[in-house]
Design a protein around this ligand. Structure first.
Ligand code: ADP
Ligand code: ASP
Ligand code: MG
Length: 456
């Protein structure tokens, strides 16, 4: 059972999360929890301030956030209260030490940042285990670094599959055998040498899936602030509604192309062990939710959801040398490989290749190398829109409906995913809201209006 930041944002939400766990107590739950909402952002800001030499500002940022944790600890009584408060004070001292090291530029900068960031999850797991105990649930905080073993790519470390499975099983089994609910922080791990790492922003979902797969869980539950995966991002489309069932492939595409409700890597461990992933609302535990499992039925209108991702850059390489030649694409992708840059969408014509990337930190070097292969053009501030649904490729008329609906918006990089369940394209970032709203209306609202009009 994984609880996201907004599910542990204050005392009341900690209580709600604990209530949800206590109802599942007979199913031997393992709990994974994110940092309290906004805390990771604040910790990251404090590391940046420290790196800029502003130690006081860095410590102040942390202190404001720690006060939120202390408020919750103050609600306890006796030894539990004292122990929680002293643990939070210890965290403050330790974070201050790490920030000072960042100011002094002593030690591996990225390793220090990860260690600071891990305090978000260290403290939320400490508090949630306490809140559970107060409700009579036998519970203990477990250091996630004993379970999730990663490589040393700080900031976005890759979990080592076998080591993580083995360690998670060994660490967690004794708790489960004795009826104790283990509570571990998401997002963080450690290298085989024990150095703290983090596995990428939003990574607590991934922790839950890794741990769930390791212990052969019956189900992986992601408790968040919305009623499951919705037909579009509710911040853009307030009318978006819950999708009751998604296949692993549909959910993976949606997560990859921007549906923030699931970290893109969450699905992979679940697929390997065929474990259903359930996404539920911690504020409305009885409300509709989404189950992601091996197969799902084709939706009436085929399209199940629309995801979008902003901040995308598209790169086009044109060269007559590509015509009828082999080895060109290899040379092109090797450039991205060398710069460890992930390519999302790719389309090709006779003489050009267009692709999209998220991370532009190495773009100048990439462009320089690509220029040796052909003429390069770069477009920033683009967005990817992705229409997902099983059976999309086999259903005539979908692409026509999509592009008719947005016929006045300039579209590029059109790609029918190789998985046959998605249709992806790029638009200018300034048009993405309009695009998603119109497509949602076309596929989800007009049909519903017609049905309700017929019923009237
Ligand atoms: P948590 O803190 O629980 O991990 P996140 O903020 O990471 O929660 O993810 C939940 C948010 O994802 C929602 O509040 C919503 O704004 C956003 N979101 C984007 N696309 C979707 C979608 N298709 N369905 C549901 N939520 C979405
Ligand atoms: N706390 C981490 C973040 O904000 C991980 C997570 O919430 O999943 O990115
Ligand atoms: Mg999240």
């Amino acid at each position: 059972m994984k609880f996201g930041g907004t599910s542990v944002e204050d005392a009341a939400s900690f209580e709600r999360a604990a209530e949800i766990v206590s109802r599942e107590r007979d199913r031997q739950p393992v709990v994974v929890v994110s940092a309290m909402s906004r805390f990771t952002d604040a910790l990251l800001r404090s590391t940046r301030a420290a790196e800029a030499g502003e130690l006081e500002k860095a410590n102040d940022t942390v202190a404001t956030q720690l006060a939120r944790h202390l408020e919750i600890a103050e609600l306890f009584n006796g030894d539990e209260r004292d122990s929680l408060i002293s643990n939070i004070q210890l965290a403050r001292i330790e974070i201050a030490r790490l920030l000072t090291a960042l100011v002094a530029k002593s030690g591996n900068r990225l390793a220090l940042v990860d260690e600071v960031l891990s305090y978000g999850e260290q403290l939320s797991s400490l508090l949630l285990a306490g809140v559970l105990r107060r409700r009579g649930v036998v519970s203990k905080q477990v250091d996630a670094r004993r379970c999730v073993i990663t490589n040393d790519e700080y900031g976005c470390a890759a979990p080592l599959a076998e080591e993580t499975a083995w360690s998670s099983r060994n660490v967690l089994a004794p708790f489960l055998e004795h009826g104790i609910v283990p509570v571990l922080g998401g997002f963080m791990g450690a290298t085989v040498m024990g150095q703290t790492t983090t596995i990428g922003r939003g990574g607590s979902d991934y922790t839950a899936a890794l741990v769930g797969a390791a212990i052969d869980a019956e189900e992986i539950q992601i408790w968040t602030d919305v009623c499951g995966v919705l037909t579009a991002d509710p911040r853009i489309v307030p009318e978006a509604r819950t999708i009751p069932r998604l296949s692993f492939s549909e959910a993976a595409e949606l997560a990859y192309f921007g549906a923030k409700v699931l970290h893109p890597k969450t699905i992979q461990p679940a697929v390997e062990k065929n474990i259903p992933v359930r996404i539920c609302n911690s504020r409305l535990p009885q409300a509709a939710d989404t189950v992601v499992c091996a197969s799902s039925e084709t939706a009436r209108q085929t399209v199940k959801a629309i995801a979008h991702k902003t901040g995308v850059t598209t790169v086009q390489v044109s060269s007559a040398r590509m015509l009828g030649a082999y080895g060109f694409l290899r040379a092109l992708f090797e450039v991205f490989d060398r710069h460890r840059t992930i390519v999302d969408v790719v389309t090709t014509s006779e003489v050009s290749v267009s692709l999209s990337i998220d991370d532009t930190s190495t773009l100048p070097a990439i462009v320089q190398e690509l220029s040796q292969l052909g003429t390069v053009s770069v477009e920033k501030d683009r967005a990817i829109v992705c229409i997902v649904g099983e059976g999309l490729r086999g259903t005539p008329g979908i692409a026509a409906r999509v592009f008719n609906t947005i016929s006045d918006i300039n579209v590029s990089l059109i790609s029918q995913g190789a998985s046959s369940i998605n249709l992806t394209f790029a638009v200018d970032q300034s048009h993405v809201q309009e695009t998603v709203m119109r497509l949602h209306e076309c596929f989800f609202e007009l049909g519903a209006r017609r049905i309700s009009a017929a019923a009237d």
